[in-house]
Design a protein around this ligand. Structure first.
Ligand code: AHR
Length: 649
């Protein structure tokens, strides 16, 4: 089949008629939003703890519901609960063993093990007390068949009877994906240990309490404009106790309370009872990361509704009792932007960032629905508009991208005059193919669209395969053509640990040592790095190119990039035939350079996907394209996504 198709591609005379598209270079539809493409982050699939947050120790504060979960204890170990951190009171006491040949100690299993790179440094730290005591800290190969389990080991002397932080650097000489951390008491007395931590020294920007460098780099390489955080359903909470409260995620890291992660039990067939949130990656780290990667932060806050799938309306917080929730929103704005003499601005400064983070957007509620949501959102909107007219507010349109509830919420959002409406669509292939014109007829007078969570879910055994990515690329031509209406778009979810996922497909997969970028990742990257500054009219036989009948499965859009004086055209061929295309430029003020660039994302097998073992199976490929008489002629392989870049001179 592949051979037949490439023969077909090589000889355009076998093909159906040429597809002639026109880019109307003098017809600007609108500017492209500076926040157009970005990231949706949620601590799902071990995306934060065990993922982006580089901490290698699980349950470092002994605060999981089962306090010793993640730890193996041996010898004389007692769990205590009057430690130095009032929001994390538990710690362990290691005492003398019953026999001199026996040992007391603890062993941590990490997140599906701990990834160690040969020759890299790892910072072990612990809060401890017990003057004169000595511990031995080891990194071990958990399932070693070799002579010794010990990869590296160091001793640490405890010098005080008061709580104090100690640190040592461990340097393994071998690589190990699933190591454990083991601590022995070597002396005769008691030693108390709290907040037992192990980080790579080589984190993103070498920060202590830092983030995994390879994962952040993968995010930065997406060139994101906007960064939604912390979710997702995690915002809502199964009950009041585990809703996301940003204030619990800032300040001294040792005293940020541990919270249950709802994704540990949401899908019983992917059950992870050891999934908790340490909040080590909290709101300060989030704002800092947004700044690092040049993305506008877009926090989503709880609106006073617990997860509506899991709770009846009568369990919810009444709309007239939202003071605490509204205050949280105001305080977050102060934490991000406030003067350092304000309560929350001062904390930001103490944490290391006296300059404001320039927060401009705030989402209230995640996937909420019904009048119950509109009533609560109204309370927030009234207060925020009055006190912070500079903040743009994002409201929800519920979990589904169409239907009665969706219409009802859009009406509500227009009445409340929110700035953007968050739409979610996890939908199958035929939905993505049929939605090329989704935004063409949206009402331009009301709020704008934030496509806040979306991904093509093609049923089958594989999830992040090429076909899903291709259909996302096709659909996104409609976002670009409607750049006046769609001002933000974020694929979801972002990250997934190969051993700990609950939801798929996801944009980036990883294990303890490596990262894999999916085909969908490359689609997002090609859009974000070629978004241009202005969207242009593009037609074929006078119509927009959106996969309509008679359009041979083609989707296309065009932008002008004022900064690089470049025209960028994206064409997606969703058909199983090669397509002969001509792209003609009309209304040009300047000539096009005769040689342009094209970037192709293509796989001959629709079910093919990148994997951790073979991460570069499907990657974008660059080539030259020739321009003749202000037009390009090309043959698009079946099932392919092409980006053409032509510079004006
Ligand atoms: O992205 C996974 C989940 O999908 C999000 O938490 C939720 O908002 C949506 O239902």
């Amino acid at each position: 089949m592949a051979i037949v198709l490439s023969l077909l591609a090589a000889n355009s005379s076998f093909m159906a008629k040429e597809n002639v598209m026109t880019v109307h270079a003098n017809k600007i539809i609108s500017d492209v939003s500076p926040t157009m493409y970005g990231l949706f982050f949620e601590d799902i699939n071990f995306g934060a703890d065990g993922g982006l947050y580089a901490e290698l120790v699980k349950n470092r504060s002994f605060e999981f519901t089962q306090n010793l979960m993640g730890w193996n204890i041996f010898g004389n170990v007692t769990l205590m609960n009057d430690g130095p951190f009032n929001r994390n009171p538990h710690y362990v006491r290691l005492g003398k063993s019953a026999h001199p040949h026996k040992h007391s100690g603890i062993e941590n299993e990490g997140f599906f093990g701990m990834g160690l790179k040969a020759g890299n440094e790892y910072r072990f730290s612990v809060w401890a007390r017990g003057k004169g005591q000595r511990i031995r800290v080891e990194l071990i190969d958990n399932d070693s068949m070799g002579e010794t389990q010990v990869i590296t080991s160091k001793k640490l002397e405890i010098s005080s009877d008061d709580w104090k932080k100690y640190q040592i650097i461990l340097k393994p000489e071998v690589e190990e994906k699933k190591a454990h951390l083991r601590i022995f008491l070597e002396t005769e007395g008691n030693v108390d240990l709290e907040h037992v931590s192990l980080f790579p020294v080589d984190t993103w920007k070498n920060r202590e309490n830092g983030l995994r460098k390879d994962l952040v780099q993968a995010l930065a390489d997406l060139s994101p404009d906007v960064f939604r955080f912390p979710g997702g359903c995690i915002v809502e909470g199964t009950d009041m106790g585990n809703r996301y409260q940003w204030k619990e995620t800032v300040g001294q890291v040792e005293n940020r309370p541990t919270n249950e992660n709802r994704w540990h039990y949401t899908f019983p067939h992917r059950f992870f009872p050891d999934y908790f949130q340490s909040y080590g990656l909290g709101f300060y780290e989030y704002f800092q990361l947004s700044e690092d990667i040049g993305a506008e932060p877009l926090p989503i806050l709880n609106c006073g509704l617990l997860c509506q799938y899991q709770n009846n309306d009568d369990c919810q917080i009444p709309a007239d009792s939202l003071d605490l929730f509204v205050q949280d929103a105001l305080d977050l704005i102060e934490f991000a932007n406030g003067d350092i003499n304000t309560k929350w601005g001062k904390l930001r400064a103490e944490m290391g960032h006296p300059e404001p983070f320039n927060l401009k957007y705030l989402g209230i509620g995640n996937e909420q629905w019904g009048q119950i949501y509109v009533d609560r959102l109204k309370v927030f909107v009234d207060v925020i508009r009055k006190q912070h007219p500079e903040i743009k507010i994002v409201g929800s349109s519920g979990p589904y991208p169409e239907g009665e509830e969706f219409e009802y919420l859009w009406k509500g959002m227009k009445e409340l005059k929110v700035d953007l409406v968050d739409e979610h669509f996890y939908r199958p292939d035929n939905w993505f193919i049929s939605q090329g014109k989704r935004y063409d007829n949206y009402d331009r007078k009301g709020p704008k669209v934030f496509a806040g969570e979306y991904a093509c879910h093609v049923p089958g055994k594989k999830w992040n395969h090429f076909r899903a990515a291709l259909l996302e690329a096709a659909f996104m031509t409609g976002l670009e053509r409607n750049a006046d209406m769609v001002r933000m778009a974020t694929y979801a979810p972002l990250l997934a640990h190969i051993d700990g996922w609950q939801w798929r497909p996801d944009l980036i997969w990883f294990d303890n040592l490596s990262v894999m970028k999916t085909c969908s990742y490359y689609v997002q990257q090609l859009y974000a790095t070629n978004k241009g500054t202005h969207s242009l009219k593009l037609t074929m036989d006078g119509n927009v190119v959106c996969g309509d009948k008679e359009q041979n499965g083609l989707f296309a859009s065009a932008v002008w990039d004022e900064n690089n004086k470049t025209y960028i055209v994206k064409v997606v061929n969703t058909s199983e035939n090669a397509q002969d295309i001509k792209i003609d430029f009309k209304g040009l003020k300047k000539k096009l350079q005769t040689k342009g660039e094209c970037i192709l994302l293509h796989s001959e097998k629709m079910e093919a996907e990148n994997t951790l073992e073979n991460p570069n199976l499907i990657v974008p490929k660059k080539a030259d394209v020739m321009v003749e008489k202000n037009a390009i002629n090309d043959i698009l392989p079946p099932m392919s996504f092409m980006v053409y870049k032509l510079t004006a001179i």
